[in-house]
Design a protein around this ligand. Structure first.
Ligand SMILES: NCc1[nH]cc(CCC(=O)O)c1CC(=O)O
Ligand SMILES: [Mg+2]
Length: 336
């Protein structure tokens, strides 16, 4: 009844009638993608005035701080609300104890400060996890081959504090340690950062779609044949995602994220329907690479598949999307 309304059956009711014209399709459209939905991930590297292409992420470069400032200005001009910063730490600074993560002058903190000086109408999100700083490529500290939870959390709290000190607006823990949202909230509040938001990577899966990202931050080599299955979620699970989200909301997450995106739209929908909280989705590096590769072969239309995939996230219930397509999508959306 609800689905067909009171219109009756064919030939009286013809769903195609509303699809006849462009204006009518607009009139009955249920979901809209706008620039306000976009979060743009940016990779930062040391040095000056240098862009370095990332082989497995065509069209995405690692940029030095001066160029990251320009990208931030471009984001603000395009009307993108938030950028997400990811550091490509030089390998000589990567250690088993990940001390560089809590260096107040590390690459990501320097970048946040440089962008904040511009006083743009733009939020800055910083990932919290140890993998950009670890010589083993894991998101946490490793003891006897196991990524240890509680010792890692202490590092994550300090990492959050140095990022908040630098001016980061949104702390985004992507590490999947248990209890880290509550601990980070407490640490931020204790140090006077009550206003700093937390977007939790709450339902983050142990996915094979992160490959190009690990190339971009240089963690794939160090991770080697290792995996993250003892802390990231099993791709076979869905009820578990609801439990993870419930915990993070209870611990103080302001926003929650599902990751990856396209193969996990069912999770996005369940999370949104269950909690009705600000829900984000990460269209990860492998998803971006996959569309690019097909388009590069002339098999898919890049702009159309990009916009369709982003709209699908909205349809599933996402309030926003982290996507490497953000600047390209924003340009298209701004030009009508
Ligand atoms: N904890 C780090 C982190 N933050 C975001 C991504 C992946 C993003 C992407 O693939 O685009 C990862 C990689 C991982 O968990 O191994
Ligand atoms: Mg959790």
């Amino acid at each position: 009844m609800a689905a067909t309304g009171s219109l009756g059956d064919y030939p009286h009711y013809r769903p195609r009638r509303n699809r006849q014209t462009e204006w009518s399709r607009r009139l009955v459209r249920e979901n809209h993608l706008t620039v306000d939905d976009l979060i743009w991930p940016i990779f930062v590297q040391p040095g000056k005035a240098t862009r370095t292409p990332i082989g497995s992420l065509p069209g995405v470069d690692r940029v030095t701080i001066d160029l990251a400032v320009e990208e931030a200005q471009r984001a603000a001009e395009l009307g993108i609300p938030v950028i997400a910063l990811f550091p490509a730490t030089p390998s000589e600074l990567k250690t088993p104890q990940c001390q560089e993560a809590i260096n107040p002058d590390n690459l990501v903190c320097q970048t946040v400060r440089a962008i904040k000086e511009q006083a743009l109408n733009l939020g800055i999100l910083c990932d919290v996890a140890l993998d950009p700083y670890s010589s083993h490529g894991q998101d946490g500290l490793v003891k006897d081959g196991y990524v240890v939870n509680d010792e890692t959390i202490e590092m994550l709290c300090q990492q959050s504090i140095v990022q908040a000190q630098a001016g980061c607006d949104i702390i985004a823990p992507s590490d999947m340690m248990d209890g880290r949202i509550g601990a980070i909230r407490k640490a931020l509040d204790h140090d006077g950062y009550q206003h700093v938001q937390i977007m939790s990577y709450a339902a983050k899966y142990a996915s094979a779609f992160y490959g190009p990202f690990r190339d971009a931050v240089g963690s794939s080599g160090s991770l080697g044949t290792g995996d993250k299955k003892t802390y990231q979620m099993d791709p076979a699970n869905t009820d578990e995602a609801l439990r993870e989200v419930a915990l993070d909301l209870k611990e103080g997450a302001d926003m929650i994220m599902v990751k990856p995106g396209m193969p996990y739209l069912d999770i996005v929908q369940r999370v949104k329907e269950t909690f009705r909280q600000p829900t984000y989705v990460y269209q990860v590096s492998g998803e971006y690479a996959m569309l690019h590769a097909a388009a590069g072969n002339g098999w898919l239309d890049l702009d159309k598949t990009m916009l369709e995939s982003l709209t699908a996230f909205k349809r599933a219930g996402a309030d926003g999307i982290l996507t490497y397509f953000a600047p390209k999508a924003a340009e298209i959306l701004n030009n009508g």
